[in-house]
Design a binder for this molecule. Structure first.
Ligand code: PLP
Length: 387
């Protein structure tokens, strides 16, 4: 019999939805044309790409020509930072960027490099213990040379949801020319992403976090925003991101985003709350990290005093339960998570943390099983570590 497997790491990646996969399949074999070709095979592929662009635009409430396909959110995030700065530097010697200390490294790293090379000024906003950014702090940080503010919609590690609409309102009131971008990778499944309503000029999203394929993402960019091209070549994506389109991936992204509209989040939230209540009740010295109120409905992130997070992940994995110590991309790193230190955890506390992220397939039996297994694991690991 196949060992029971319980996957609770949906912030790292999600399985491709069966209906999405079915829609993608013909684009590998029957409809394999290059969308740029003039013949019928090309037209067929092009029609699929047009439809997917419309599906995404409809979800975000923007124009189809404001959607650019990329190879994922890391690419979208890098592009918005580098592309806005390169353009701005044609008029401003040292443009200023505002972000938070809490962002994904796909935002922080390109900013660090630009700053190190003396090309920009950067302000990193701090977050409070719940993981929230203060609007006053943002207001004070805006300067004459500020060209871009990038604040993530929902945090990938502790699930904190930022007040994006209010942040956008504030920025636009102070200076409507400042580009407001959000990394919405973790938010798209659960939160309203109407870019007009949220006062957004740019938004990054990723296929594999929304039950679509890996290696495909998109950047929404408001029409009039000046940006340099990401990849130069044959002029694809209105000259901004050249390269033959990843047609099956694009079809998958369009379908995946369409499926989201049909989902209810009540069940997932109920199960997540059961997990939180059960863990805090049954495991002494366990703590929930981040705001409970302003949080994605599928996220639960804990610290367990005196136990290494990696040890818990491995022990759970041996029983067929898959969780994470935090951001999937950073989970091989030995340094403490910058997100956890940003909310005030010590390095030691940060190392005792694990993240559960539930998904569409999560059942009550899965949560019951975790609540049965985890207290024993923590007890055993604490014994080994001499606590
Ligand atoms: N931004 C956030 C918030 C993420 O969680 C991730 C993935 O973990 C990324 C960006 C990178 O996305 P991709 O894997 O599509 O490059």
């Amino acid at each position: 019999m196949k060992k029971r497997e319980i996957y609770l790491d949906h912030a790292a990646t999600t399985p491709v939805d069966a209906a999405v996969f079915k829609k993608m399949l013909p684009y590998f074999s029957e409809k394999y044309g290059n969308p740029s070709s003039l013949h019928k095979a090309g037209d067929q592929a092009q029609a699929g790409v047009i439809k997917a662009r419309q599906q995404i635009a409809s979800f975000l409430n923007c124009l189809p020509e404001e959607i650019y396909f990329t190879a994922g959110a890391t690419e979208s995030d890098n592009w918005i930072i580098n592309g806005i700065v390169e353009k701005a530097r044609q008029n401003i010697k040292k443009p200023h960027i505002i972000t938070s200390s809490f962002e994904h490294n796909a935002i922080l790293e390109p900013i660090r490099v630009l700053e190190k090379n003396g090309l920009i000024e950067a302000s990193l906003l701090s977050v409070d213990k719940d993981g929230l950014i203060g609007l006053d702090q943002l207001k004070k940080a805006i300067k004459k040379n500020t060209v871009l503010v990038s604040i993530m919609y929902a945090n990938s590690e502790i699930g904190t949801v930022q007040p994006i609409k209010q942040i956008g309102e504030l920025i636009k009131k102070i200076n409507p020319k400042i580009v407001f971008h959000t990394d919405a990778v973790q938010a798209v499944n659960y939160l309203n992403c109407d870019v007009n309503n949220l006062n957004l000029d740019a938004l990054s999203l990723s296929g594999h976090k929304i039950y679509g394929p890996k290696g495909i993402g998109a950047l929404y960019l408001k029409k009039e925003i000046p940006i340099t091209s990401l990849i130069r070549g044959g002029g694809h994506e209105r000259g901004k991101r050249s390269g033959t389109e990843n047609v099956p991936g694009i079809i998958g992204l369009g379908e995946a985003i369409t499926v989201i509209k049909k989902q209810s989040h009540d069940k997932i939230k109920k199960l997540r709350n059961k997990l939180i209540t059960g863990i805090l009740r049954d495991i002494p010295d366990s703590y929930l990290n981040g705001s409970l109120e302003y949080r994605l409905p599928n996220n639960a992130h804990f610290s367990f005093k005196g136990v290494e997070g990696e040890g818990i992940v491995i022990a759970l994995s041996e029983t067929g339960i898959y969780v994470s110590t935090g951001s999937a991309c950073a989970s091989h790193s030995l340094s403490p998570s910058h997100v956890l230190t940003a909310i005030g955890l010590s390095n030691e506390q940060a190392h005792t943390s694990i993240r559960f992220t539930l998904g569409r397939q999560t059942r009550e039996g899965d949560i019951n099983h975790v609540l049965e297994v985890l207290p024993k694991i923590i007890k055993r690991l604490r014994k080994i570590s001499g606590r």
